[in-house]
Design a protein around this ligand. Structure first.
Ligand code: FES
Length: 138
């Protein structure tokens, strides 16, 4: 049974489970701030469930590849859409700041046990502006 490591939490799931569903079922979320409510509910359209994944997961499908080409995403960010990613083995998942979680030049969000984790989840107006900046993560 695969284990998902996310922000200091460990969640077991069945092989082939959708990463976004695994997190939501554990009362966690791949979304930041208002995107927790304002998202496409897993259809691969909004891009706000983007996370960095290290481990065994499904390959990107055409929908995911297409969405990750559209700003504020950029192919150099090496992110995955949690709603389009199937967990195939043990994985470590990181979420970056910003409405879409695309601020990959910053540190990923800290473990949830950290006292200031909640404040770090809330994107600021400056974060939203950063998400609109063209990618230069070469
Ligand atoms: S929830 Fe919208 S792209 Fe994943």
């Amino acid at each position: 049974m695969p284990t998902v490591h996310f922000r200091g939490e460990k969640i077991e799931c069945r092989e082939g489970a959708t990463l976004r569903d695994v997190l939501l079922d554990a009362d966690l979320t791949p979304h930041n701030g208002k995107a927790t409510v304002l998202n496409c509910r897993g259809f691969g359209n909004c891009g706000t469930c983007a996370v960095k994944v290290d481990g065994e997961v499904s390959d990107k499908g055409i929908r995911e590849r297409g969405r990750l080409l559209v700003p504020p995403h950029h192919p150099n960010y090496d992110l995955r859409l949690a709603c389009q990613t199937k967990v195939m083995g043990d994985v470590t998942v990181e979420k970056y700041p910003g409405m879409w979680g695309t601020q990959v030049a910053k540190e990923p969000l800290p473990p949830l046990a950290d006292d200031d984790a909640e404040a770090a989840d809330e994107p600021t107006a400056a974060d939203a502006a950063d998400d609109q900046t063209p990618a230069d993560a070469d």
